[in-house]
Write a protein that binds this ligand. Structure first.
Ligand code: PLP
Length: 219
């Protein structure tokens, strides 16, 4: 099926409060342009270099989301334009984002990645580390970052019950932070769900999904 048709199909199933990030990693600009012409304005990439190249070539009203693991030394390349960084998983990375945002005279929006899966390879904070971070002076002193919410990835498994448990756990962490935080923090975004599990993620309270292969085809 065509990219515009796939996009339409995914969008038609989404509740109004759910934001769709079209994950375009590895796909050529011509594919992204098909989605753009069908109205899509939010794209997700997982490699900074690739995102920069696409940003240079494409219309400037696109919001670019970095959804992959970020190396500290590469933050500077996306700092001028990145719209949301999903995978923030350390204080050190947050400090570098803050520094580069300051240099560019802007505030960069971030999500903190929470480790909810079994796999060791998935990055992120656990609940206790998150608590420590949010209460630290270093965190509170950073003025050029804004934490909009949390991001998580479930275990790669066919076991829906397990995935559901992990999403529900992340939603509970999200709710507890949202309850504690002051309204001005804009803590409102829960990024969870990909092609294989976004419907379940939405049932569990996600309001931002990252969908690649269901729109652009397999990679
Ligand atoms: C690639 C990727 C996605 C999209 O995966 P699909 O299964 O193609 O929808 C979502 N989130 C992250 C972090 C990814 O790296």
């Amino acid at each position: 099926m065509s990219i515009p048709t796939n996009l339409q199909q995914v969008k038609s199933t989404l509740p109004e409060n759910v934001t769709l990030v079209a994950v375009s990693k590895t796909k050529p600009v011509s594919d992204l342009m098909q989605a753009y012409e069908a109205g899509q304005r939010i794209f997700g990439e997982n490699k900074i270099q690739e995102m920069v190249e696409k940003w240079e070539q494409m219309p400037k009203d696109i919001q670019w989301h970095m959804i992959g693991h970020v190396q500290t030394n590469k933050v500077k390349f996306m700092a001028p334009f990145v719209s949301l960084i999903h995978g923030v998983d350390s204080l050190k990375l947050l400090q570098e984002i803050n520094k580069q945002a300051q240099k560019n005279n802007r505030i960069i929006d971030c999500l903190l990645q929470i480790h909810i899966a079994d796999e060791e390879t998935k990055f992120g904070f656990d609940e206790e580390e998150l608590e420590i971070l949010l209460n630290s002076i270093e965190f509170q002193e950073m003025k050029n970052i804004r934490i909009l919410g949390l991001m998580g990835m479930a275990t790669f498994t066919d076991n829906q019950e397990k995935v559901k448990q992990e999403f529900t756990h992340l939603k509970a962490i999200f709710d507890s932070i949202q309850m504690q935080s002051v309204p001005t923090l804009n803590f409102s975004t829960l990024s969870m769900g990909m092609s294989g599990d976004y419907k379940l993620a939405i049932e569990c309270g996600s309001n931002m999904i990252r969908v690649g292969s269901s729109i652009f085809g397999s990679r």
